[in-house]
Design a binder for this molecule. Structure first.
Ligand SMILES: C[S@@+](CC[C@H](N)C(=O)[O-])C[C@H]1O[C@@H](n2cnc3c(N)ncnc32)[C@H](O)[C@@H]1O
Length: 228
């Protein structure tokens, strides 16, 4: 992936559910599914990941790979109910506020708090933990996931939301999945939107047990990986 891909003009696009995504011309890649950004995020990360983990634990440590627009963090915050969440989000190329303030997520989500929460998620400082609302602690880390030292046996849930394997093969490698595996608790889960054969093999080699599950509209399958 080009080192300076964020320097190229990102384009704001509307997906089929009315929510925005960003298009990266240099990669010919979108940040989300063009069939619906909010729909995809709810399906892959909230319903298949967060709901399952929150049935089991009340104190939940989450790692997101690729904070990007902050959509997954916003939906998690809005879904948290009584959970206490520590949300660590790694992002190699933080978006400029001039871009994030144009995103229409708060008007597309049926919550009177969405705008305030979305603004707070983006205005919080990088590389330090901020309590966004009581019980939701966000730490945005401006680093590449490949170069980070993660705490061992810490995360209950991982949202793996990198660009697609054919666009960004370096991030879907066994070394990255091993770092993540070691950072997760036993019984912890990782969800991702792809079910590509190579990704399945790599996740298995890193030690995960896999489930291939129905994907969001426009995608037949997705993956949920569990650390035994
Ligand atoms: C498919 S987008 C999804 C972003 C985000 N989850 C969202 O909903 O907007 C992938 C994200 O991964 C980030 N990224 C790319 N390479 C990365 C790396 N090596 N480490 C961490 N983040 C990376 C990109 O900048 C982008 O924000």
């Amino acid at each position: 992936m080009p080192e300076n891909f964020m320097q190229h003009d990102l384009q704001l696009r509307i997906t089929n559910d009315g929510s925005h995504t960003l298009f990266v011309p240099s990669l010919s890649e979108h940040y989300h599914s063009v069939y619906g950004a909010i729909q995809e995020s709810r399906h892959v990360f909230i319903e298949t990941g967060f709901r399952k983990i929150s049935q089991k634990y009340q104190n939940i440590n989450i790692l997101e790979v690729g904070f990007g627009t902050g959509l997954n963090a916003l939906l998690t915050l809005l879904s948290k109910e009584d959970s206490k969440i520590h949300y660590d989000a790694v992002e190699a190329f933080p978006l400029d506020e001039l871009i994030t303030e144009q995103l229409n997520y708060s008007s597309q989500i049926d919550s009177q708090n969405a705008y305030e929460y979305f603004t707070k998620l983006h205005q919080s400082a990088w590389n330090e933990e901020t309590e966004i609302v009581p019980g939701f602690f966000l730490k945005k880390i401006s680093r590449r996931i490949e170069t980070i030292a993660l705490p061992q046996s810490n995360f209950h849930l991982v949202y793996f939301d990198a660009f697609a394997p054919d666009k960004q093969p370096d991030i879907w490698q066994i070394d990255v999945f091993k770092i993540i595996f070691d950072s997760m608790r036993s019984g912890g889960i990782l969800t991702t939107y792809t079910s590509k054969g190579l990704v399945k093999e790599t996740l298995k080699s890193a030690g995960f047990i896999l489930e291939r599950l129905p994907g969001p509209p426009g995608k037949r399958h997705m993956l949920r990986a569990t650390k035994p």
